[in-house]
Write a protein that binds this ligand. Structure first.
Ligand code: GDP
Length: 219
């Protein structure tokens, strides 16, 4: 697939993009409630506990942004936030999946919402698939990857909690995940290695997002 690699300019645009305060727009439980104004979107998804909230808060520098909208019992929402000074780019925080204690009904509801969202969302420029650097890919990750390959949704792997494993273990997980993603139709070949705890990979991730939004007003 063709890829847009971040340029040097994207690194500074990325920093500027995330300097502007993000705002919560809405939580969506049905695809009929999705924003309809055509703004470009980038999404974050991953297994529950992968570190998604921490990553979104570290990226935006807003400590409790990702939790603000979490209403108990409504964890299957897609939460939309603005990015950039003009808010013309939306960040979509998707519900965590693979939670062992989720009921069948919850899993079914989640799967349906994700499927419906991913199938026909031309606004979605890329989904960042978060993968725990200690564990690598799991079956539930592969299921969503297959969904995205089928729906031709561009996605890119992001390793989280990279401060946790020792460097040899991290390198092994990185190599395994990269090799598996390389075989996938719609996956970006480059993995971004991050830690919300020490800031590793934040500039790279911000730059990748800025590269996807060439028209966003950043300063
Ligand atoms: P979510 O369920 O995917 O939103 O995950 P959270 O952001 O709530 O994080 C789950 C757990 O992982 C929490 O205990 C976090 O403190 C921890 N965590 C998240 N990011 C990091 C990281 O970069 N490094 C380390 N060591 N722990 C992290």
């Amino acid at each position: 697939m063709t890829t847009i690699d971040p340029t040097k300019a994207d690194f500074s645009r990325g920093e500027a993009l995330f300097k502007a305060p993000s705002q919560f727009v809405k939580g969506v439980v049905r695809v009929t409630d999705l924003p309809q104004d055509g703004r470009a979107e980038i999404a974050f998804a991953g297994r529950s506990n992968v570190g998604k909230s921490s990553l979104i808060n570290a990226l935006t520098g807003q400590k409790s942004l990702a939790r603000v909208s979490v209403t108990p019992g409504r964890t299957r929402e897609l939460n939309f936030f603005t990015l950039g000074r003009d808010g013309q780019l939306l960040l979509v925080d998707m519900p965590g999946y693979g939670y062992a204690r989720a009921s069948k009904a919850e899993v079914k509801g989640w799967t349906r919402l994700i499927r419906d969202y991913l199938k026909g969302r031309s606004e979605l420029k890329r989904l960042f698939l978060l993968i725990d650097a200690r564990h690598g890919l799991k079956e539930s990750d592969r299921e969503i990857m297959t969904l995205m390959d089928e729906a031709a949704v561009s996605y890119q792997g992001v390793l989280t909690k990279a401060d946790k494993p020792k460097s040899a273990a991290l390198a092994a997980v990185e190599a395994n995940v990269a090799a598996e993603l390389a075989k996938r139709l719609a996956a970006h070949p480059q993995l971004i290695v991050t830690s919300a705890r020490n800031g590793t990979g934040m500039p790279e991730l911000r730059a990748a997002i800025a590269a996807l939004a060439p028209n966003a007003v950043v300063s």
